[in-house]
Design a protein around this ligand. Structure first.
Ligand SMILES: CC(C)(COP(=O)([O-])OP(=O)([O-])OC[C@H]1O[C@@H](n2cnc3c(N)ncnc32)[C@H](O)[C@@H]1OP(=O)([O-])[O-])[C@@H](O)C(=O)NCCC(=O)NCCSC(=O)C[C@@](C)(O)CC(=O)[O-]
Length: 261
C-alpha cells in the first residue's frame, strides 16, 4: 500500500505528497485513501512544516475514484457503500484541515474526485493543457463528497453547470473561474511551484497557519457583530505573539525576519 503515494521531505519546512498510480491515471482506491489520510494526519503533527505540495506522477493528475474499485462497491450493501463513501469524505476533510498551506501541482488531467483533491489546495498551479471534468453524472454517479470543496473553489454557479453537464473544461477556463491560480507550461510548472514554496516558507510560520484557518473559518460567513469581534481577537493574538513582534521589528529595522521555530 505504501507506494500508492510518495511522500518526500526536501527540507524540514516542505513536504511533497505525490499520487503514484500513473497506470490508472492516479485513480484512488481504498489503499490511496488510507495512505493519503495517514500521510496528512502525520504531517499535521509536524510543527516545523510550513508548506505541502500535492502532485502526481505520470501524465494525469488524478482520474478520480478508481472505477474498478467502485464497481466492486456496487456489489456491496448500502451500509458498506456508505462506509466507503465516509472514508473518502473523511480523507478530503483531513486534507482540507491540513494546518499549513497546500500547493496543488496539476501537471495533467483532473477528473471527478481528482477535482476534489485539487479543490482542497490553497494555491493551484496547472499546466494549460490539463483538462478538468466533473464527469460523475456521465457515469450515473454524483460528485457528492467533493461538492462542497469544488463549490468553494470555483463558485456555486460554475459548479452547477459543470456538475450537471459533466462537460470537460480547460485549465484556462478553471483559471478564469478562480479555481486555478497560476497557469504554466510543462517546462515552467516546477519553477512556478518552487517560487510559491519559497514565498510561503519566507512568511511568518504562525501567521501562515492562522491565515489559512481564518479564510476557512470566515469565508462565506455572514458578517455579524460576533464575527467582527472574533476577527479582532485573532489579529490581537498574533500581534501579541513573538512572531508578530519579530515581523514588525524586522520591517521597521529594515532587516530580514528571524522566525522562531
Ligand atoms: C483521465 C482521463 C481523461 C485520461 O485519459 P487518457 O490519458 O487517455 O487515459 P486512458 O483513458 O487511456 O486510461 C489509461 C488507463 O487508466 C485507466 N483509468 C483511467 N481512469 C480510471 C479510473 N477512474 N478508474 C480506474 N481506471 C482508470 C483506464 O482504464 C486505462 O487502463 P488500461 O486500459 O490501460 O488498463 C481518462 O482516463 C478518463 O476519462 N478516466 C475516467 C475519469 C472519470 O470519469 N472518473 C470518475 C471517477 S468517479 C468519482 O471520482 C466519484 C467521486 C469521488 O467524485 C464521488 C464523490 O464525490 O462522492
Amino acid at each position: 500500500m505504501s507506494n500508492v503515494i510518495d511522500v518526500s521531505r526536501p527540507s524540514p519546512h516542505v513536504a511533497k505528497v505525490w499520487l503514484n498510480r500513473p497506470d490508472v491515471r492516479n485513480a484512488f482506491n481504498d489503499d490511496v485513501i488510507a495512505a493519503l489520510t495517514a500521510a496528512f494526519t502525520d504531517l499535521a503533527q509536524d510543527d516545523a512544516l510550513r508548506v505541502v505540495v500535492l502532485g502526481a506522477h505520470g501524465k494525469a493528475f488524478c482520474a478520480g475514484a478508481d472505477l474498478n474499485w467502485m464497481k466492486t462497491m456496487s456489489g456491496y450493501s448500502w451500509d458498506e457503500n456508505r462506509a466507503d463513501a465516509q472514508r473518502l469524505a473523511d480523507m478530503l476533510w483531513t486534507l482540507d484541515q491540513c494546518p499549513v498551506p497546500v500547493i496543488g501541482r496539476i501537471q495533467g488531467d483532473c477528473y471527478a474526485g481528482g477535482m476534489g483533491l485539487a479543490a482542497i489546495c490553497d494555491v493551484l498551479v496547472a499546466v494549460e493543457g490539463a483538462t478538468f471534468c466533473l464527469s460523475e453524472a456521465r457515469l450515473g454517479l454524483l460528485p457528492a463528497t467533493i461538492s462542497p470543496y469544488v463549490a468553494r473553489a470555483m463558485g456555486v454557479q460554475a459548479s452547477r453547470r459543470y456538475m450537471v453537464t459533466a462537460e470537460r473544461f480547460s485549465a484556462v477556463r478553471a483559471h478564469e473561474l478562480g479555481m486555478v491560480h497560476e497557469l504554466a507550461t510543462p517546462d515552467t510548472l516546477d519553477a512556478k511551484v518552487d517560487d510559491l514554496v519559497a514565498t510561503l516558507v519566507a512568511n511568518g510560520p504562525k501567521a501562515s497557519r492562522e491565515c489559512k484557518r481564518l479564510v476557512r473559518d470566515v469565508g462565506g460567513v455572514p458578517i455579524t457583530e460576533a464575527l467582527r469581534s472574533e476577527t479582532a481577537r485573532r489579529i490581537a493574538d498574533i500581534r501579541a505573539s513573538d512572531e508578530g513582534r519579530e515581523g514588525l521589528a524586522s520591517f521597521l529595522g529594515k532587516r530580514q525576519p528571524n522566525w522562531l521555530p
